[in-house]
Design a binder for this molecule. Structure first.
Ligand SMILES: *[C@@H]1O[C@H](CO)[C@@H](O)[C@H](O)[C@H]1NC(C)=O
Ligand SMILES: *[C@@H]1O[C@H](CO)[C@@H](O)[C@H](O)[C@H]1NC(C)=O
Ligand SMILES: *[C@@H]1O[C@H](CO)[C@@H](O)[C@H](O)[C@H]1NC(C)=O
Ligand SMILES: *[C@@H]1O[C@H](CO)[C@@H](O)[C@H](O)[C@H]1NC(C)=O
Ligand SMILES: *[C@@H]1O[C@H](CO)[C@@H](O)[C@H](O)[C@H]1NC(C)=O
Ligand SMILES: *[C@@H]1O[C@H](CO)[C@@H](O)[C@H](O)[C@H]1NC(C)=O
Ligand SMILES: *[C@@H]1O[C@H](CO)[C@@H](O)[C@H](O)[C@H]1NC(C)=O
Length: 415
């Protein structure tokens, strides 16, 4: 009896504990499960929504290349191979040439008939006084007038010495459907462009420069924002834009810094900003030698968010401002490295055995002598990029990669 009683009591105990547990589960189960499921669902839907938005924005992008016959070799040997291997599918691009030059019309005709089958547009001549008779300045000026050249919503400025160094996926150029901007911030940027350049931005916009904008390619802007920028500057100075340009372009300035500055001031929520902290002392910079026209260090500390300080992989480098660009192997090596990381380790392992696939691909973080790869977070961001590259790969991109594997060793360019 005694034994039975104990067993009975134990059972009662077990039953009541059990029901308590069931009640607890009943109370807790739904909120917890709901919460977890909702989080997973949110993450997934956010992810696929962002992928869709980025793809849609990418389809609204047209590349803009201001060119002349002097740069034909660069176009053929530098820009085109990297576009062919890394740009997904057909390239939406307009090549802009000089209206008044018969040789440019000839060039336009031949270019339009071969890869990447660009649209060709011609820019009317203007008074050379505006650009001080310097072809380079004329090109910079024309960047401010994209609206009759570009047929899409976004313009993406590139150069003939832009070299794509990784598979281009929409996520490199757009996030949440907004164009990515990667400005350089820190001690004045390159030995070539003096610290005074920041003053040029300030003069045109009458505000301090937040970062250097000539620090990534393609520089993507809403076309309408550039038109708006010109109108704004005209009102600000009570002069025509070309008169203002004439004054600005007589000293150091950068059209891309001006554009990035303008959209930071007036359309910040429509772009995704990143601030690449200059690396000359591997991130231990505290404001010394800040360019005179630049926002002070306090701006970087307080106005720039942690998210905006994250390393963002770039799609391309600017070849002529690479340390070793005069070495004919440099171009081949940077493109080959990009092929390996973009899938070559699996598709053409022999080509890639000299590389460590777990290591950093420095070119993702290197632009005009400025290296961001010292930042420990770069490797993680690189892995995320390549996970997306995998997710976005398809027959067209794999075919381009295979072509790259087969051709890359034959690439040559003699600077
Ligand atoms: C989803 O994205 C929105 C903005 O697009 C953001 O506010 C929200 O926190 C994101 N949710 C998750 C779970 O990441
Ligand atoms: C590229 O353009 C060609 C000719 O216009 C077309 O036939 C082809 O389907 C396009 N390819 C892709 C991937 O869009
Ligand atoms: C703008 O410049 C014009 C002459 O170019 C002058 O007549 C006008 O008063 C100026 N407006 C302002 C607001 O300064
Ligand atoms: C920065 O780091 C790199 C490697 O991460 C190293 O080679 C270089 O010497 C460092 N520079 C300074 C100034 O510490
Ligand atoms: C920095 O933040 C302050 C305070 O929010 C704001 O007044 C200022 O305009 C910001 N500066 C820039 C350049 O965005
Ligand atoms: C490859 O790179 C990773 C990350 O930098 C490193 O941990 C590993 O030791 C490297 N492997 C070789 C064989 O060098
Ligand atoms: C894509 O590649 C897969 C496997 O290589 C093949 O089965 C499929 O037919 C291809 N699709 C097209 C549209 O070429």
């Amino acid at each position: 009896m005694l034994i039975r009683g104990v067993i009975c009591k134990k059972r009662m105990c077990a039953i009541s504990l059990c029901s308590l547990f069931v009640v607890a589960l009943y109370l807790c189960k739904y909120p917890i499960y709901d919460y977890i499921l909702k989080k997973i669902y949110d993450l997934n839907t956010n992810h696929s929504k962002h992928m869709k938005d980025n793809q849609a924005a990418f389809e609204e992008l047209e590349l803009y290349l201001r060119m002349s016959s002097a740069f034909l070799e660069m176009y053929d040997n530098v820009l085109l191979p990297s576009l062919r291997y890394f740009w997904p599918g057909n390239v939406s691009i307009v090549v802009v040439l000089d209206q008044e030059r018969p040789e440019d019309h000839k060039l336009g005709e031949t270019l339009s008939k071969r890869y990447p089958y660009p649209r060709v547009a011609y820019q009317n001549p203007i008074d050379p006084v505006i650009y001080h008779w310097r072809g380079h300045e004329r090109m910079q000026r024309d960047f401010f007038y994209p609206e009759d050249k570009i047929t899409k919503r976004y313009v993406g400025f590139i150069d003939t010495d832009t070299v794509f160094v990784t598979r281009v996926i929409p996520e490199l150029l757009f996030e949440e459907g907004k164009p990515v901007i990667i400005g350089n911030y820190g001690k004045y940027d390159t030995p070539l462009f003096a610290k005074e350049e920041s003053l040029g931005t300030g003069k045109m916009l009458k505000s301090k420069e937040i970062a250097r904008g000539m620090s990534y390619f393609p520089v993507i802007m809403k076309v309408s924002h550039i038109v708006e920028l010109r109108n704004y500057v005209e009102k600000l100075h009570n002069k025509t834009f070309d008169e203002i340009f004439k004054i600005s372009s007589n000293g150091p300035y950068s059209q891309f810094s001006v554009m990035c500055q303008y959209v930071w001031n007036f359309h910040r929520d429509e772009y995704k900003f990143y601030f690449h902290l200059r690396s000359y002392n591997n991130g231990t910079w505290h404001g010394e030698d800040n360019p005179p026209g630049r926002e002070p260090y306090a701006f970087y500390q307080t106005n720039v968010t942690e998210e905006q300080k994250m390393p963002k992989p770039r799609s391309s480098i600017h070849l002529r401002y690479h340390d070793n660009w005069k070495n004919p192997d440099t171009l081949r090596n940077v493109i080959k490295t990009g092929i390996c990381f973009s899938g070559g380790f699996d598709i053409c392992p022999d080509q890639c055995k000299h590389l460590n696939r777990s290591a950093i691909q420095k070119e993702l973080y290197y632009f005009e002598y400025n290296d961001w790869s010292w930042d420990k977070r770069c490797l993680d961001q690189q892995r995320k990029h390549y996970a997306l590259v995998d997710e976005r790969s398809n027959n067209v991109t794999l075919q381009a990669l295979a072509t790259g594997c087969a051709e890359v060793n034959r690439l040559s360019f003699k600077p």
